[in-house]
Design a protein. Structure first.
Length: 263
């Protein structure tokens, strides 16, 4: 079993793009036991190399770095990007997530936490972690608490076109996602895509996206000190009132009440 896990990890390629050679060399050394790790220097090289990688760890400091992230997400939207940076102001973190990063680590990097995040991302893409192996589907609301209940369906039960769309949504939930874009990815008309999605998933794409965004927001409310507005923006809501309305729909309470209850 251990041999099989190591073999699976070695099949994954991580691109490390850090301007600090000491940090870059440390990551190359730390991760090379489990993964194929390649260095990249300069945004041009990152763009050229990203297509062949399974994950990108990128040092993001300037506006041009954020632009590179956006360009990578356009070219390869399913590529997970982990940001490492010495800048950690709320505004900068939100902008990084808006650009398309999956996770954010402030330097100096907690290497153990980084390795755990990488394992989770790859496990998710291989369908071996609960969050990604089982798609979270909104179910019936109770009358008293209006608490969101969920049923789980193994992704292998979905047609490939729907599974790919679900993975795209989970990789890009904090970006604008239109019905037209998803239908195009599934190579279906709007009408047929809507029917097929609801048939196999159990809810509309907007309901699925909304529940996913709120689930991510709950994690941030519990684990970070970001403001309510910043968290709403980070999970895809640019308007605070829309975020609060969606959060209350799926949890029965507003974000600030939820945060107080979990602290």
């Amino acid at each position: 079993m251990l041999f099989a896990m190591n073999k699976m990890r070695k099949e994954k390629t991580i691109l490390v793009a850090d301007k600090d050679s000491d940090v870059r060399n440390e990551l190359l050394l730390t991760l090379s036991d489990d993964y194929n790790v390649l260095p990249a220097a300069g945004n041009g090289q990152i763009l050229r190399s990203a297509e062949g990688a399974d994950l990108l760890i990128m040092d993001i400091q300037r506006e041009e770095d954020l632009a590179t992230v956006r360009n990578i997400k356009i070219a390869t939207p399913s590529l997970p990007i982990i940001c490492v940076s010495r800048k950690n102001t709320g505004n900068f973190v939100v902008r990084a997530f808006r650009a398309g990063v999956r996770d954010f680590f402030k330097k100096p990097i907690d290497v153990d936490s980084l390795r755990g995040t990488i394992r989770n991302i790859f496990a998710a893409k291989n369908g071996t972690r609960e969050v990604r192996n089982n798609v979270m589907i909104p179910g019936r609301f109770s009358d008293d608490r209006r608490a969101l209940t969920l049923r789980r369906l193994p992704k292998k039960e979905f047609p490939s076109s729907i599974r790919e769309v679900l993975e795209f949504i989970e990789d890009n939930y904090n970006q604008p996602i239109s019905l037209e874009l998803l239908a195009d990815k599934a190579s279906l008309s709007l009408y047929h895509f809507s029917r097929k999605f609801k048939k196999h998933v159990g809810v509309s794409y907007s309901e699925f996206l909304g529940s996913l965004r709120v689930r991510k927001a709950k994690e941030l409310l519990e684990d970070t000190n970001l403001s309510i507005t910043e968290i709403g923006s980070q999970v895809g809501y640019n308007d605070l009132s829309n975020f609060e309305r969606a959060f209350k729909k799926y949890t029965g309470q507003n974000p600030s009440t939820f945060r107080k209850a979990t602290q």
